[in-house]
Design a protein around this ligand. Structure first.
Ligand code: BGC
Length: 368
């Protein structure tokens, strides 16, 4: 079975597993430890490696800075690396290997390609390092110790619900015409976000209240490789030409803010009214767009909390205890169910932005 997991199969399969788990009481259990009982601790000033993907959204830029300062504050040495923009997979593989060679005790990975890291993770593990998947799951490896992320399925559900609510606010009765976009197929999150959104949208599509104008409903048809803004803009340009000559577009499911702004740009360039567009990440430019009534919503996944939880895991491992986890069901990576700590995402529209960003000094200024 394991050998049977090709890359695309695995991504779909994992997304489905997450969906199945989500449909049946997805809170997981609330056990407070996991990941094996062989934790023995290590020296307080050990090296911790952090391998992040390319800077495809602001959250990754912030995460690198926060890991550097937070690990230092906790007394660790750190090696924080980003994959480059073009050779992302090879870069990240080499970075993880170098961290292992340098004797890192924990390697935190924001995967650039979920299915291409199993050999590097196995080597790290064999050298005695613990491996934590940060934000994005790593597939097809028994050597991944923990996963820490915002609840990705919930992110999708919040986006789907906000899309419906936003369209209803503008036009009380349907049917509503929408288009669907999803993230990069090499990022396991992309499928989970999409399944979360479809969990909310599909019943409405089945009833005929919501119509996907182009008919492109399959995640493969909606995917934007590398989470690239230009990819989203090109697909939206093409959809406008093929489908929206005279038809009105009421809403667009966009998986994140970078793509949302590109989609809005495409629609404005075509001289069409901006429909209800979803997003994710609370990027400054999107918060501004929401405040002026263009982008409809985003998701707040406070990177400060995600990095803090990850560093807490590292501290527990250093002390020789099992890190806190709160989900043992949702994330099967094709080889094992990975002990996970999930944080709650928050949906943000113009209506609750001031409240949602109240303790974020930079974003709260934008809501005034
Ligand atoms: C993250 C999103 C982000 C995307 C593109 C995903 O894995 O969870 O927050 O928008 O990557 O960078």
């Amino acid at each position: 079975m394991r050998n049977f997991f090709g890359k695309s199969v695995a991504v779909g399969a994992i997304a489905m597993l997450a969906l199945t788990a989500c449909g049946s009481g997805r809170d997981g259990d609330s056990s407070s430890s996991g990941g094996g009982s062989d934790a023995k601790g290590f020296a307080a000033n050990s090296l911790i490696g952090v391998a992040l993907p390319a800077k495809t959204s602001e959250n990754w830029v912030l995460a690198g800075d926060l890991f550097t300062s937070g690990l230092k504050e906790a007394g660790f040495q750190s090696d924080v690396q980003y994959a480059g923009a073009s050779t992302t997979v090879a870069d990240q593989q080499a970075q993880i290997t170098a961290m292992t060679t340098k004797g890192a005790k924990v390697i935190v990975i924001g995967a650039t390609d979920a299915a291409q890291l199993s050999s590097q993770v196995a080597a790290a593990h064999a050298a005695g390092a613990k491996v934590i998947a940060y934000d994005r799951l790593i597939l097809n490896t028994a050597d991944l110790d923990y996963y820490v992320a915002f609840d990705n399925f919930k992110v999708g559900q919040l986006q789907g619900q906000a899309l419906l609510d936003g369209m209803k606010k503008k036009k009380p009765t349907g049917p509503y015409t929408i288009e669907l976009f999803s993230g990069s197929p090499d990022d396991n999150n992309a499928g989970v976000f999409f399944n979360g959104a479809m969990d909310v949208l599909k019943p409405e599509i089945d009833k005929g209240n919501v119509v996907v104008g182009s008919g492109q409903k399959d995640v493969k048809q909606t995917a934007i490789q590398g989470w690239k803004a230009e990819g989203a803009q090109a697909r939206m340009d093409q959809l406008l030409t093929s489908t929206y000559g005279s038809k009105t577009l009421d809403g667009v499911l966009s998986p994140n803010d970078t793509l949302a702004r590109a989609i809005i740009q495409s629609i404005k360039s075509a001289g069409k009214p901006v429909p209800v567009v979803t997003g994710q990440d609370s990027e400054a430019e999107s918060v501004k767009s929401i405040m002026k009534g263009e982008q409809y919503m985003t998701i707040n996944k406070d990177t400060r909390n995600l990095v803090k939880e990850t560093i807490n895991m590292v501290k527990s491992l250093q002390a020789g205890s099992d890190p806190q986890i709160n989900d043992t069901k949702s994330y099967n990576n094709g080889t094992k169910v990975v002990p996970t700590y999930l944080l709650p995402p928050v949906a943000v529209t113009k209506d609750n932005a001031a409240e949602a960003y109240a303790n974020d000094p930079k974003l709260s200024l934008l809501t005034k």
